[in-house]
Ligand binder design. Sequence first.
Ligand code: B12
Ligand code: SF4
Length: 441
Amino acid sequence: MTPRILLVNPPVHDFAAYDFWLKPYGLLSVAGHLRGKADFKLFDYLDRLHPFMARQKALASDRWGRGRFYEQRIDNPPCLEQIPRYFRRFGLPRNLFQDFIAREKRFDFALVQTTMTYWYPGVEEVIQDIRKISPPTKIVLGGNYVTLCSGHAKNFRADLLVRGTNLEPLWKYLGIESDLNQPALWEAYEKLRVGALKLSDGCPFECTYCSVPQVYGRFKARPLERSLAELVLLAKCGAKNIAFYDDALLFKPEEVLVPFLNELMRRGIKVNLHSPNALNARFVTKDLARLMVQAGFKTFYLGFESCSVEWQQRTGSKVFSDELERAVKHLVSAGAQASNITAYQMLGHPYGDAAELEASMRFVHSLGIRGMLADFSPIPGTPDGEYCRKWVDMDEPLLHNKTAFPIILLGFDESNRLKDLQRRLNRSLTGNSSIDCGQSS
Ligand code: B12
Ligand code: SF4
């Protein structure tokens, strides 16, 4: 008999969350490898096109498909009680999921996406409901939280934890043969306007605050044909906006991004492309900027972090100020709107200081583009995350929270002062589209 598999993207318990092109891409990729060999049902708590959301007019999408989630106030967890911000539960109401699994009857397996390490309470909620309503269903967890905090994830007694990118134990457990050439299971959504895509894995840099080098290793391009097939599928399913989830989208462009974009244009595929997961400004050449704009890139997020040469050198030398300046020049000359170019700068990193951050914000502002503070989330197993044991218990993933850590390190007032400054600088830009995604607020 064909196995019945439930796919779940859990709700988010956090101080802030925004649909910044968030999709459970790992989960959908895994399911895609099993296409045609199982009967799948998807419940995505963060699906803003779910019929329940149609009744929430205030939560409509912006022009690039982003928007606010449905939210409910909940108590701060005890270890975050000292943070003077409201904790919330983002995503569809819990009873919709409970009714859904009760109605759908028996599932053989449930594959549950885990994302940020500090989002595990949403995963716990999903496990509780499946165990209660459908006890025979075998629960499988995979994704970032399980990979980075596997010891902690064992507490939930799932039937299988899939750590990292080796999926062999999963295929064995499910007893199904996989086809790795298949794209992600985007057709699992009844209605789709936003998709995600990854043309490569890994990154050539080794930033001391990032887990990618240890989890993904060396940079590796994904097969171009598979990526193109996925793009075609996304467009067929209705996706108008596509966010790249690559860690180093612009690395080795002649092998990866350039042939992909040329083929996209040759086939006449019209979609808006976005890069929320920071592009490296060093690789933005005049020709590449022109091609990106021509092919449909609409928003550009550049990872800058700090204008301090010392900070950059100490954390991996991924980009310097002159490289950001050059990238902005190329993008604007290619036709990108300055108001759609944003540079991330890190707030609350243990080696940073307020004066340096202010200088970085002013430097970004002087280029005529928007700045966005990326609140630092310490990640266990990375050099900088391990250093943060000085301030927080890194074995409690809730304390990796990006809103909480800068407040713990800098204090509430200082943290707010810097965020206010960023807002004021952005507001004073001429032609500012004033899209403030709140992703890192
Ligand atoms: C895309 C991305 C984002 C997107 C959103 C993604 C999302 N859906 O939520 C954006 C740009 C919005 C984002 C934001 C942030 N991010 Co981010 N992001 C990523 C990135 C690049 C990919 C995550 C992803 O979707 N992976 C899934 C797919 C694409 O991965 P995959 O390789 O195909 O998956 C394989 C396996 O992992 C496994 N698998 C994956 N899922 C599942 C599920 C199941 C059931 C199974 C069986 C297997 C499985 O199978 C796949 C086989 O190919 C990761 C880095 C990375 N390379 O993983 C960081 C990462 C998750 N982000 C990180 C950080 C720090 C952030 C920010 C805090 C940055 C900031 N300061 O603003 C914010 C937080 C946002 C918030 N609201 O709190 C950290 C994690 C932090 C943490 N404590 O957990 C990471 C790990 C990067 C890093 N620096 O190390 N991010
Ligand atoms: S360049 Fe980005 S993905 Fe690569 S190691 Fe640095 S922060 Fe991580």
